[in-house]
Write a protein that binds this ligand. Structure first.
Ligand code: 13P
Length: 248
């Protein structure tokens, strides 16, 4: 089965609601990324799904007010961590910081889910490859060169900024296939080959019960990153059912 990563962003408000939500979609190959404050409680109740975080800081401990380290996340049972989400980049998170966070995630034994993707403006200007190329090279630039790739597995999420929460999906404006996203994933595969990391690719941006299958049948994608639809329980359950029927 392919991977369904649920990014709850800043939802819900109450712990009880978070636990209820998590229990209802507790399924193998689901990664639930709640707000930090709920990660410990959620990792305790999940039996099949795994717990992810939406960010983590690169320093393992110390005088860093308000931050949560990769080591602290790992200590409460977190297995995956989203790094470089465009919503954080838009708030000023720089590529050098993202690279440090990725190195720290590996150090703590977490699997980074590295988000990359172009803005609407960059898309219009035909800069897609240029942007994702730069983002991916920078993301893994702090891993020791020449070290063994198989010791680190990353998930790279191609998530065009203009496709997030807009119901606009690459390739689907004109045809019922996500071919633009596939082209980007194939391009990135070529770039990460030779880097000291093994990667698989997922797609993110307005994934829902209607378009999920079109992404999951793409050999380039091992899964999807889901925002809004992951908070709508009946829809997300339906998406799990769809994913169960699509082989790797
Ligand atoms: P939507 O699925 O709501 O477009 O959000 C995508 C996203 O940002 C996932 O990280």
């Amino acid at each position: 089965m392919k991977l369904l990563v649920a990014n709850w962003k800043e939802n819900p408000i109450m712990l009880e609601d978070a636990l209820t939500l998590a229990k209802q979609v507790d399924h193998q190959e689901v990664v639930i990324c709640p707000p930090h404050i709920f990660t410990a409680a959620i990792s305790k109740v999940l039996k099949k799904a795994s717990t992810g975080a939406q960010d983590g800081f690169y320093e393992p401990h110390g005088p860093f007010t308000g931050y949560v380290s990769m080591a602290q996340l790992a200590a409460v049972g977190v297995k995956h961590v989203i790094i470089g989400h465009s919503e954080r980049r838009a708030l000023g998170e720089e590529e050098t910081v993202i690279a440090r966070k990725i190195a720290a995630a590996f150090e703590a034994g977490l699997t980074p889910i590295v988000c990359i993707g172009e803005t609407a403006e960059e898309h219009k200007q035909g800069k897609v490859k240029e942007v994702v190329d730069r983002q991916v090279r920078s993301a893994f630039s702090l891993l020791p060169a020449g070290s063994v790739a198989t010791s680190r597995e990353a998930i790279i999420c191609y998530e065009p900024v203009w496709a997030i929460s807009t119901n606009q999906v690459p390739g689907m404006e004109t045809a019922d296939t996500p071919e633009q996203a596939q082209t980007v994933a194939r391009y990135l595969e070529g770039i990460v080959r030779g880097m000291p990391v093994t990667s698989r690719f997922i797609y993110g941006g307005s994934v829902n019960q209607e378009n999920l299958a079109a992404f999951l049948i793409c050999p380039e994608f091992s899964g999807v990153l889901v925002g809004g639809a992951s908070l709508r329980v009946p829809e997300f359950k339906k998406m799990i059912k769809i994913a169960e029927h699509i082989l790797m």
